[in-house]
Design a protein around this ligand. Sequence first.
Ligand SMILES: [Zn+2]
Ligand SMILES: [Zn+2]
Length: 145
Amino acid sequence: MSAELSVTENEAKYLKLIYRGQCEESTKVRTTAVAKSLGVRPATVTEVIQNLSEKNLLWHRRYHGVELTKEGIAEAQKLLRKHRILEILFTDLLKYNAQRACNEASKLDYRASRSLINAICKAYGHPEICPCKKVIFSDPKCKKK
Ligand SMILES: [Zn+2]
Ligand SMILES: [Zn+2]
C-alpha cells in the first residue's frame, strides 16, 4: 500500500472507474457493470466494494448501485491527477496516442509519487486538460507562479 494513499492498488482501480461513471458520465454505477469493465467475478467486486465502504470511500445500497462519498471523490481525483499527468508525459515525450498513453498510465498512476507528478506537472506548465480532454485536478502544493 502506498504511503500517500489509504487504498490498495486494486481498490484504486475501482475508485477510478466509479469516479468516471459517477462524476464524469453522470451514470448510476452498478456492481455488475464494474465486474464487466474490470473482467472480474461479481463476488470479487462485492468484496472490494465492501472494503471501500468500510473505509468510508463509498456507499453501496442494494439495487441502487455504488456512489463515492466526498472522501472517495477526493481520493479518486488524486489518482486521476496522477493518471492524467502521466498521459501528458507519454503523449508529448514519447508521442504515444491518447489510448496507448491511457493504458500505460493506468499501470503506473497508483505507484507514482506526488512529488514526481508535481515535477512533471511543473515541467509542462501546469496543464489543465489531459490528452483525452478530461480535467486535470490541481494539487495545492503544485501551483502556477
Ligand atoms: Zn486515461
Ligand atoms: Zn486522459
